[in-house]
Design a protein. Structure first.
Length: 621
């Protein structure tokens, strides 16, 4: 009490409530005796404050309110003093809690005349480019679906003959819906249906053949942080397939500091007369540079080409692109390596609203992975452009080729730049091999390459699910046909040329009316185990074997109502490795074709399979 003798107490203007009092405290609050009595009282929560109010505890030793029901129904207790902090900091913390709780705080009074008090906008989470809300893990939520609705792409089996994946790793596994949301996948507008259940069954069969328990992965596109002022330095060579370069591309390079030199290779590009070899093209590049050292090369040879139908063979951009990279590599042998960037246009789809428009240019992305392995010193990367390259997209293009992101593959769009990633999650084939829902194949289900081990295993699985009729295209083993028939499944075998649209239509028309064609699974052709450098002639030889059949069936599906169409291709088409550049383009085209057809409303799902032994795809099981 002696320590308080020098203080003069006054009655506060704001009503103050005390324990065990019916109303506000009177004049006695200005005396030291009141506060001595206060310290002997129970919790401040017993004050008679009107319901819904907030009680500011002015006690130097605030005590928590009791946890009984009566106290819980009373006012919120907010201490203004805290022995753990300085008084000014504790007071500001209490005011902040009042503000966030919905109480109006006169902040201008806190800052005096208010001259220094102003509101500051807070950064949004879109600025951070990170999801704010936590996502429930499917493994922690028993009722959560294991896969997103109607996925577009899955890698069904990552094992090769030696148990390794496509890239030589110990495992690779199921990849699903390409999507740029980070990382949630929006539900399919049509909702999950028969194609999802069929996909589950197909993946379960393929997983069981190699053994279950592998992790699952989705293939998706993630946004990159914007670079506001990318800078390009030195001389850049712009190689175009037109008589004149795309003005938007050249303007984008110049706007960000590049000295642009244009080399036009129209009417066939690097395969035109006088430019048919890497050495000849190297001389033309040297002449265009006129002695100036090149800081980089950007090729629009692929992006400048008109769309190409699949029945005309591999993309006309493959040979010029390979020759260009070879030519720059030859020039680099005498000096510093020059990065070569290859531009495509709408060759990839970053989400379901940005579908693949040019499956023929998706082949360039497949060859690019092989070229990156063969020409490590001079390979820059791949960049996919939008239909319209405006100022913002041009800035993003400069950031990609200038190395601001450190990425070798990117897609530039009107709303940002995106990179492809594999995201781990649980999906079909990653757990129990019997996963696959309740899909029972009705009508007739077509399975191609029936003489292969994957086809035999899939046929057994579908028969076990009660398939009514299986149409096996190829040369299945007699034992397999007998086994399926013994299970009660009707089996038909055909050697019709499925690459011929007329023969395919006749085959479908000849099916029994009670068992129409309702589903088709197009299995992937085997990869040639013999590696090789990128060779346009070998690419052309591989093309009909892999692509023609799927193109004909997709065309049929556009006119014939199918509930399920699964297009299988090799994972090398999306994740090519060294020595696979001659086979990867065909499989990349299959994958892009499936995505394109799905965007047009067909129930198409792409399944990427890992490397298989060649004998697994030949006759017999």
């Amino acid at each position: 009490m002696a320590g308080l003798s020098g203080l003069t107490g006054v009655r506060p203007r704001i009503p103050v409530y005390g324990p065990r009092r019916e109303g506000p405290v009177g004049e006695e609050i200005a005396t030291a005796g009141y506060w001595l009595e206060y310290l002997r009282q129970p919790s401040a929560a017993e004050c008679a404050v009107p319901a819904g109010g907030v009680l500011l505890d002015l006690s130097p030793l605030p005590r928590p309110a009791p946890a009984d029901a009566a106290a819980a129904a009373g006012p919120a207790v907010l201490p203004l003093l805290d022995a753990r902090h300085r008084e000014d900091r504790a007071l500001l913390g209490a005011l902040a809690r009042l503000h966030t709780g919905g109480t109006t705080v006169a902040w201008t009074a806190l800052f005096g005349d208010g001259a220094a008090c102003r509101a500051v906008p807070l950064p949004t989470y879109a600025f951070q480019r990170r999801r704010y809300w936590l996502r429930a893990d499917a493994t922690d939520t028993p009722d959560a679906p294991e896969v997103p609705a109607a996925p577009d792409t899955w890698v069904a089996d990552g094992s090769g003959a030696d148990g390794s994946g496509a890239d030589g790793s110990a495992e690779s596994a199921p990849v699903g819906a390409a999507d740029r949301q980070d990382p949630a996948v929006p539900a399919d507008p049509a909702g999950p249906g028969a194609d999802q259940e069929a996909l589950d069954a197909v993946l379960a069969a393929l997983a069981a053949r190699r053994g279950a328990g592998r992790p699952a992965y989705r293939l998706l596109w993630r946004p990159l942080t914007e670079v506001t002022a990318p800078r390009l330095r030195g001389t850049w060579l712009l190689v175009t397939g037109r008589a004149e370069a795309d003005p938007a591309v050249s303007a984008a390079l110049r706007a960000h500091g590049a000295d642009v030199v244009v080399l036009g290779l129209p009417a066939g590009g690097a395969n035109a007369p006088g430019a048919g070899s890497g050495k000849a093209l190297a001389r033309r590049i040297d002449e265009a540079a006129a002695g100036r050292p090149l800081a980089g090369v950007l090729s629009t040879l692929a992006a400048d080409l008109p769309p190409q139908a699949p029945d005309t063979g591999p993309s006309a951009a493959l040979a010029p692109t390979a020759a260009l990279v070879e030519a720059v590599a030859l020039l680099g042998n005498s000096g510093d390596a020059v990065p070569v960037w290859v531009a495509t246009r709408r060759a990839v789809g970053v989400d379901r609203w940005d579908a693949v428009a040019r499956p023929d240019l998706a082949q360039v992305w497949a060859v690019g992975g092989a070229l990156a392995a063969e020409y490590r010193d001079c390979w820059g990367g791949l960049v996919d452009l939008p239909d319209v390259l405006d100022t913002r997209a041009g800035r993003r293009l400069a950031a990609v080729v200038g190395g601001a992101y450190g990425e070798s593959e990117a897609a530039v769009r009107a709303d940002g730049s995106f990179v492809r990633r594999l995201a781990a999650e649980h999906g079909p084939g990653s757990g129990d091999a019997d996963h696959g829902g309740g899909w029972t194949p009705r009508g007739t289900t077509l399975i191609t390459r029936a003489g292969s081990e994957p086809a035999a295993h899939l046929a057994r699985r579908l028969a076990g699910r009660g398939a009514e009729r299986l149409l096996l295209a190829g040369a299945p083993a007699r034992e397999l046909v007998a086994e399926l028939a013994a299970r009660g499944t009707r089996v038909s075998v055909t050697d019709a040329d499925l690459t011929d649209p007329g023969a395919l239509a006749s085959l479908v028309a000849g099916l029994p009316p009670e068992h129409p064609l309702t589903a088709a699974v197009l299995l992937a052709p085997a990869l040639d185990p013999a590696p090789g450098r990128v060779d346009p002639e070998r690419i052309a030889r591989e093309w009909p074997h892999a692509v023609a059949q799927a193109s004909a069936v997709c065309a049929l599906a556009a006119e014939h109502p199918l509930s399920v169409l699964v297009v299988c291709s090799s994972v090398a088409g999306v994740l090519p490795g060294p020595g696979q550049g001659n086979q990867a383009p065909a499989h990349a085209h299959l994958h892009a074709l499936a995505q394109q057809q799905r965007a047009r409303g067909l129930p198409v799902t792409a399944v990427l399979t890992g490397p298989q032994r060649r004998e697994q795809h030949q006759g017999g099981s």
